[in-house]
Write a protein that binds this ligand. Structure first.
Ligand code: 4AD
Length: 436
């Protein structure tokens, strides 16, 4: 076969070329070898596999070149694809030609164990490694599945501004910035804008970054995270919960369908994941959750917000995601709908994931009453001037409506089975991390 007829392929397509000679642009992850063989671990951004150079089959020059390659050198390899049952990918390439594209210096992330801080200082390079590769591919599926789901449900995507004057989720964790002499905040949520959108388009979702100056250093908090916030006109809370669980299960199904290899690389239990697609999820009132916790020796009283141990216990108790409904009004946002029969709780729900992943969705029905919301805004000490437009939505044809917010990185962490949320975003922002 002449050079011109050799197809250039990507590793992921190797199974279609068994027995054929192909050319692949790749990077060298690792290598090992003996006097007679060099084994090159290759990656090209689509998959990982092994290239084998046998001294007996190639020129001495090529064998020496392969033996001396440094980690992360970029190259074109040419060779024949074989099935290989011993590798997790199932295929390898017998290399007959090698061309260096870009030399590599001494690469800092070597095959030995490195500390997490070091890896995240080198995140721009660490992205090339197996765990980030698998995790962020799954993130990509969750993003794609989000668009698919909401498109098929008749939603339109509405882009909310990221610089705002309002602080709907409370004033304690705002990032403030100067906006031509006046204060602006990086958006905590797109919800208020989504509510305006729902009155115009019936069903909308926002999907963008949210910023919270969270001082708490936990494995679930980022200061910049991505949130999906659907908002539905003429929809009460129970219908919203049904939509939430269908969306949640849809995302898991898509990952199971499309990311088999990545789930294996991360050693995620796929049967367990599949069990989370069985609907409906249990609904437990906040009142009952408190009782359940107290009966199990938790030192909690009615009125407190749940911390991580309580959330972990509750979801594990049901072995599946669980909605905790109707939280105390005092610990929830100003816009949540009052309960028709009680003035101490609101029509809200948090979806808690099992295995210690905690809250992934927070949502509620929205109050529709102009005077009540105005009083709430005053009570919270929020700047009324910033909320005039929001109150307008209650002046001109207010309707029942509900919505929720799903934290993308919490979902990625849960689906991939990662320990820490920083793995779930390409470049995490946390209290002590602003670069790279
Ligand atoms: O419960 P939260 O604060 O709700 C809202 O922002 C509402 N406006 C949503 C709505 O009804 N439209 O946040 C929603 C979700 C949480 O359940 C969590 O998954 C995620 O956003 N989240 C965070 N994720 C990472 N780091 C943080 N600091 C987060 N804070 C919230």
């Amino acid at each position: 076969m002449t050079e011109t007829t050799i197809p250039t392929i990507q590793i992921v397509d190797a199974p279609k070329y068994v027995g054929q000679t192909v050319k692949i642009g790749a990077w060298l992850r690792q290598k090992r070898g003996s006097g007679k063989m060099a084994f090159l671990q290759l990656r090209d951004g689509t998959a990982f596999f092994q290239g084998v150079v046998a001294k007996a089959d190639v020129s001495e020059e090529l064998f020496d070149l392969a033996k001396d390659l440094k980690q992360e050198t970029s190259l074109y390899v040419t060779g024949e694809i074989h099935a290989d049952d011993r590798s997790s990918f199932g295929y390898e390439i017998s290399i007959s030609g090698l061309e260096i594209i870009g030399e590599s210096q001494d690469y800092p992330i070597t095959p030995k164990e490195h500390g997490t801080d070091f890896l995240f200082d080198e995140r721009h390079l660490y992205l090339r490694h197996i765990k980030p590769f698998a995790t962020l591919k799954i993130r990509n599926t969750l993003i794609a599945a989000t668009y698919e789901f909401f498109n098929q449900e008749g939603f339109i995507k509405l882009d909310a501004p990221l610089m705002t004057g309002s602080a709907p989720e409370g004033t304690t964790d705002l990032f403030e910035t100067d906006y031509f002499g006046q204060s602006a905040y990086l958006s905590q949520t797109g919800q208020l804008y989504a509510e305006a959108g729902a009155m115009a388009f019936s069903k909308v979702f926002t999907f963008g970054p949210a910023f919270r100056a969270e001082k708490s250093k936990t494995r679930r908090h980022l200061t910049e995270f991505w949130m999906i916030e659907p908002e539905m006109a003429f929809m009460h809370q129970e219908q919203s919960l049904e939509l939430q669980e269908r969306y949640f299960a849809f995302m898991i199904e898509k990952v199971l369908e499309r990311n088999d290899q990545e789930l294996d690389l991360l050693k995620r239990d796929k049967d367990l994941l599949r069990s989370y697609t069985e609907l409906p999820f249990p609904r437990v009132s906040y009142d009952d959750a408190i009782k359940l916790l107290q009966d199990n020796d938790f030192d909690v009283e009615w009125g407190v917000d749940f911390g991580s141990p309580e959330e972990t216990f509750l979801a594990n108790h049901f072995s599946k995601p669980v909605f905790i409904t109707n939280f105390p009004k005092a610990i929830k946002a100003f816009y949540m709908k009052r309960h028709p029969d009680r003035d101490d709780v609101v029509i809200s729900a948090d979806l808690l994931a099992p295995e210690g992943y905690g809250e992934i969705i927070g949502g509620s029905e929205r109050d529709t009453d102009y005077d009540y919301l105005k009083a709430q805004i005053e009570k919270e000490g929020l700047d009324m001037e910033e909320y005039g437009w929001y109150l307008d939505l209650r002046k001109y044809g207010s309707v029942p409506h509900s919505g929720f917010g799903l934290g993308l990185e919490r979902m990625v962490t849960f689906v991939t089975g990662e320990e820490h949320i920083r793995e779930a975003i390409p470049f995490p922002r946390m209290t002590h991390r602003l670069r790279p």
